[in-house]
Design a protein around this ligand. Structure first.
Ligand code: GLU
Length: 401
């Protein structure tokens, strides 16, 4: 993924006529923090925080708990965060954290200890004006609340602006949980408006019906009646129905920890994740992990549009293949920026000691997303480049102002 991110920056930098030195400056990582977290009983994990750039504001970005987390992945994700914030006009920098642990292998007490030890180790390097971490894959408000508490104990900071994605009762923002899915839906709808497709009936499949994907579908069911959800997956299997799936039903099934492999309903088929990716749908929404589309499966993709709700879900080879074929890819750094946008709104609320109504948060999110999607479309048309190149061009313009 790191190579893909670097190529995107180099390509866009060259389009803007930047020198090699200026491009290297954009790629360069400011600081890397690597350490081991020991839980006893032979349980030790590699932990990371990579701070890519604070040119536009404090470092900002999530923390993921996943067995496949490694330094290069965290570097790539940290870099993407800087370009994401810049592409949507936020006064924030980019960072990312991770622990190479599978939370499924830990009990609650171990998960809490892991989270607190991570915050303790990082405390000197983070803070409301320095670096503000947030949730990402397999992390949630409960985990963030433990980290905030640990940070408070060590520093006495009571603003709670040291982390975002907190629970609502602990300084979190209303609308933060749905923000990434909502933002993706708004950005895609805005793109369709520009291409004159807003009134078309569309079928879509969603890879990864989790924290991000489920909100995209549930909100789309309410606000975009012309979009028909026909397939959705979890990490093991997918469900498919050509006549359409009910997002709210799938959402409550998953919230009760149901597995799609066991899902039973007349007219709904259980299929594999690879079968989902290869469906003949108009839109494929990628809301799982990085490199979901790669050299080995890209030839099967039939969708006309791809919405990258995950970070880095399309490898460079897959991106080149699809772009040549005419597939339109709404890139991650705009498509999934809703999360960090509402994180920024959470920081503003914490600093002002305010709690905004959900409607205000959602309106602000919409304003940012529509503006970013409009800017994206403008650059794509003016420069005759892909949406991804346009997103990086817009980001670089902000980063080099
Ligand atoms: N983890 C999310 C992302 O990748 C949100 C980051 C944040 O809110 O700081 O964009």
């Amino acid at each position: 993924m790191l190579d893909t991110v670097h190529s995107s920056i180099i390509q866009a930098g060259k389009k803007l006529g930047l020198t090699d030195d200026a491009i290297n400056e954009l790629i360069k990582i400011d600081k890397e923090h690597l350490f081991k977290i020991n839980l006893g009983n032979d349980k030790a994990f590699n932990a990371y925080r990579v701070q890519h750039s604070n040119k536009l504001g404090p470092y900002k970005g999530g923390i993921r708990f996943h067995p496949e987390v490694d330094l290069d992945e965290v570097r790539a994700l940290a870099t993407l965060m800087s370009f994401k914030a810049a592409a949507v006009g936020l006064p924030l920098g980019g960072a990312k954290g991770g622990i190479s642990a599978d939370p499924k292998d830990l009990n609650k007490a171990e998960l809490e200890e892991l989270s607190r030890k991570y915050a303790r180790e990082l405390q000197p390097h983070i803070g409301p004006d320095k670096d503000v971490p947030a949730p990402d894959v397999n992390t949630n408000p409960e985990i963030i609340d433990w980290m905030v508490d640990e940070y408070r104990k060590l520093t006495g900071d009571i603003t709670k602006a040291s982390f975002t994605g907190k629970s609502v009762g602990n300084g979190g923002s209303l609308g933060r949980d749905a923000a990434t899915g909502r933002g993706g839906m708004l950005a895609f709808a805005q793109l369709l408006k520009h291409t004159g497709q807003a009134d078309k009936q569309l079928t879509y499949a969603i890879q990864g019906f989790g924290n991000v994907g489920s909100f995209f579908s549930v909100l789309a069911a309410k606000q975009q009646p012309k979009w028909k959800l026909v397939a959705a997956s979890d990490s093991q299997a997918a469900v498919y129905s050509s006549t359409g799936l009910n997002a709210a039903v799938l959402d409550s099934y998953k919230r009760k920890r149901g597995r799609f492999s066991d899902f039973k309903k007349r007219g709904v088929q259980v299929i594999t994740n690879n079968e989902l990716l290869a469906l003949d749908v108009d839109v494929l929404v990628l809301a799982a992990l990085g490199d979901a589309l790669n050299k080995s499966n890209v030839v099967n993709i039939k969708a006309k549009y791809i919405v990258e709700l995950a970070n880095g879900p399309t490898s460079e080879a897959a991106f080149d293949y699809l772009t040549k074929k005419g597939t339109v890819i709404l890139p991650d750094i705009v498509a999934n920026a809703g999360g960090v946008i509402v994180s920024y709104l959470e920081m503003l609320q914490n600093k002002a000691g305010e709690h905004w109504p959900e409607e205000k948060v959602n309106n602000e999110l919409e304003r940012y997303m529509v503006k970013a999607a409009d800017a994206l479309y403008k650059t794509t048309s003016e420069k005759n480049v892909s949406l991804k190149e346009a997103a990086f061009i817009n980001a670089i313009k902000n980063l080099t102002k």
